[in-house]
Design a protein around this ligand. Sequence first.
Ligand SMILES: Nc1nc2c(ncn2[C@@H]2O[C@H](COP(=O)(O)OP(=O)(O)OP(=O)(O)O)[C@@H](O)[C@H]2O)c(=O)[nH]1
Ligand SMILES: [Mg+2]
Ligand SMILES: [Zn+2]
Length: 350
Amino acid sequence: MAKTILCPYCLHEIPQALARQGKKCTACKREFPGRYLKDYQREPNVVISVVGFSGHGKTTYLASLMWLLQKKLGRYWGSAKRRFIYDPLRADEDFKIMEDHINDLDQSILPEPTQWSTFPKPTVHRLLQIPYLSNWRMIICDTGGEAFNDLKRFGQRASFVQRSSTVLFLVSLPHLKGLDPGLEMGKLLKNYRDGMEGMGADTKKQKLLVVYTLGDALIKNGWLQKYPEISDYIGTGEAKKLDATGMVHYLDGLRKISTELETFTLKKVRADHFFSIGKDEFKDLTFCICSSLGAPPSTEEFIINGKKRSKLTQKINPRRVIDPLLWIIDNACTERNPLKERIEKPIRRL
Ligand SMILES: Nc1nc2c(ncn2[C@@H]2O[C@H](COP(=O)(O)OP(=O)(O)OP(=O)(O)O)[C@@H](O)[C@H]2O)c(=O)[nH]1
Ligand SMILES: [Mg+2]
Ligand SMILES: [Zn+2]
């Protein structure tokens, strides 16, 4: 049994006895979310921080991912006897912000730009009976573009970014129109690396997973003209109706697309500097691509609660938004279990 409890907010390991006694973190003083302590021993953690330029689709991505987990995958994954279960730990106000985003998206309303005051804190989600990949607890936070500008000023959130095992680096190439996208990506990653170094943290302990967002716009704007495998991949949709065998095939597909995207990054985006920092200075560098909405949003605006909001003309239709999560969990499974065991026992029991 683990002797410590990982605080989901600052990611410090807290001695179990102290955590259970005070029901809050001795480092950041925040109370643990409901049931967190009770359920703690049941699943291993995967910790993900989402970073990227402002406006590149971080909040929409997270809302779309949660929408999919909450509304769809329980019906699609597993068998009648062993369905996938999504169990978020609804803590307090923090979770409410996320739920508002999910409910908005369900009604085709897009999130507003994230303000500092409404920045969601890390949230905790139990993911149970994932075909082939078993049970995990995801701790995830939209850490925002600020992480790149001044990590130190970032206070509590800096601790989360520093200690996350995986950084999801969201990039929207259409938003870098008119700039040199390769150069901008390189600058941003260098800032991040320097910020981490400045705090005495080591990027070599972190996995870097690049997620190209707005896949629909990349197809529409001709970015993927010479990369039909990638545009077909986005076009063919989400990880539906997967059982254990289906998941093994799906994960193979992810690896292939990551390799294609590596070529795309070097040849089309020309992000050589970015690529070399990612390869040399992080534990691992891999790539995904997705479309959180499935189609470009309309520019039509309307007023809700006195605020201008944009609305989609159709229902959201997420494409490949689950991929980063599956990558991370698959990697974490491989780290925990020898490869041999996974082949012999593809389905892990609860
Ligand atoms: N075409 C298309 N546009 C998208 C998609 N996802 C997000 N967008 C657009 O990108 C805009 C910005 O998305 P946000 O999720 O607010 O970006 P953010 O990174 O959270 O931005 P900040 O909170 O301001 O840092 C949205 O309002 C949409 O217009 C997508 O899948 N397809
Ligand atoms: Mg945002
Ligand atoms: Zn803490």
